[in-house]
Design a protein around this ligand. Structure first.
Ligand code: 3PG
Ligand code: MG
Length: 416
């Protein structure tokens, strides 16, 4: 069912409470928190510009990190308000709380077109608990609710779901923002009846994370290309040896049934025929979690079975060639998950080569949809992010959506 959008509403003088996903990667530099990637902020600008034009009073609510219901200064949204203001070229006020009388009074002083960003809603445990009283408090700030936080729409929290239910009882509109609308269009409608060949590229660490998506896409795809560490579970399912590679032995059966289903449906299902492997050697250094850091030594390409002492870290040159050929033939492409440990340049070529093939196919008229998370990071790292049809701002949310689940943040919106 189509959802109401901000386009459909008269918002002159209305208090619009808009949930955004400003959960952006940050880093401490010289005692200050600096934003590393502002994509999620940038993608909300069209909605904000439209709301300003419509004369709304814009009250933004968002989370940052996982502060577990406590005030955590490093997770304050204050730097985000500054960044948003710079990007928008207009003032954005910041309030160091998100509910209560003081915030209600502040909102009552706002003029049409004003924007305020409220402090991290997860400083209250009630947010993640989807607490009814807390949702009522948020609803006090709103005549209209807008959700542009696709990336957080898989959470049934107070600011993504509860508040919308309170407003529904008051017959107040709950609309999708333009970013939410775009996400639903590309990850949803555009993949309903994809032009063929429809090629799906899946990577990342775990079969268990992706099996539901694989299962669903086996109904629609012509070709599925598997990379990343999850390919090693598939190799194991085919009786190949994988040395010390990351693997989920308890998912071998699941991998086997995916392979069988692909065969039965005539879906071409390719796993890597060769890989870049390296020998992990324990060092005396520890990572942030206190686990030993391994040196990855002597990287080389291996076809078929792996020797015992190596770990697979990328797809190999033969596989790159094969996968790229398939991608270049595609009319519709969906990509989720990197082909290897692309953060390390020695194991990045598989991911970057696939990225280049996706861009080439796009130039030749294919629709390319990138399902968020690490594949977006990789495309941006390769400076190719602007050369695909669509990149999702969701990580977990896009996966859950591609699995065919109705997301709580979407379900809570008014139908047209
Ligand atoms: C995300 O980055 O995945 C979203 O902002 C949701 O955050 P969460 O995974 O902490 O709920
Ligand atoms: Mg997440």
């Amino acid at each position: 069912m189509a959802k109401l959008t901000v386009r459909d509403l008269d918002l002159q003088g209305k208090r619009v409470l808009m949930r955004v996903d400003y959960n952006v990667p940050m880093e401490e530099k010289d005692g200050q928190m600096v934003i590393n990637d502002a994509t999620r902020i940038k993608e909300t600008l069209p909605t904000l510009e439209l709301l300003v034009k419509k004369g709304a009073k814009i009250i933004l609510t968002a989370h940052l990190g996982r502060p577990d219901g406590k005030r955590e200064p490093s997770m304050s949204l204050r730097p985000v308000a500054q960044k948003l203001s710079d990007m928008l070229g207009a003032p954005v006020a910041f309030q160091d709380d998100c509910v209560g009388e003081r915030i209600e009074q502040y909102v009552n002083t706002m003029k049409n077109g004003d924007i305020v960003l409220l402090e991290n809603v997860r400083f209250y445990a009630e947010e993640e608990n989807n607490d009814a009283t807390f949702s009522e408090k948020l609803a006090k700030l709103a005549d209209v609710y807008v959700n542009d936080a696709f990336g957080a729409a898989h959470r049934a929290h107070a600011s993504t779901a509860g508040v919308a239910q309170v407003l529904a009882k008051r017959n107040a509109p709950r609309a999708a923002g333009l970013l939410m609308e775009r996400e639903l269009k590309f990850l949803g409608d555009e993949l309903e009846k994809p032009a063929s060949p429809f090629v799906v590229i899946l990577g990342g660490a775990k079969v268990s994370d992706k099996i539901k998506v694989i299962d669903r896409l086996l109904e629609k795809a012509n070709t599925i290309l598997i990379g990343g560490a999850m390919a090693y579970t598939f190799k194991l399912a085919l009786g190949q040896t994988i040395g010390k590679s990351l693997v989920e032995p308890d998912r071998v059966d699941v991998a086997k049934s995916a392979l069988e289903k692909a065969k039965a449906r005539g879906v071409q299902f390719l796993i890597p025929s060769d890989n870049i492997v390296a020998t992990p050697v324990k060092t005396d250094k520890l990572n942030k979690k206190g686990k030993p850091i391994f040196d990855l030594q002597n990287p080389k390409a291996v076809s078929g079975n792996f020797p015992d002492d190596v770990e697979g870290l990328d797809i190999g040159p033969e596989t790159v060639k094969r996968f790229s050929e398939e991608v270049r033939k595609a009319k519709t492409i969906l990509w989720n998950g990197p082909m290897g440990l692309f953060e390390d340049p020695r194991f990045a070529e598989g991911t970057f080569a696939v990225a280049r093939a996706v861009v080439e196919a796009t130039k030749n008229g294919a629709k390319s949809i990138i399902g968020g998370g690490d594949s977006v990071k990789a495309l941006n790292k390769a400076k190719l992010g602007d050369q695909v049809t669509f990149m999702s701002t969701g990580g977990g949310a896009s996966l859950e959506f591609l699995e065919g689940n109705e997301l709580p943040g979407v379900a809570a919106l008014s139908n047209k």
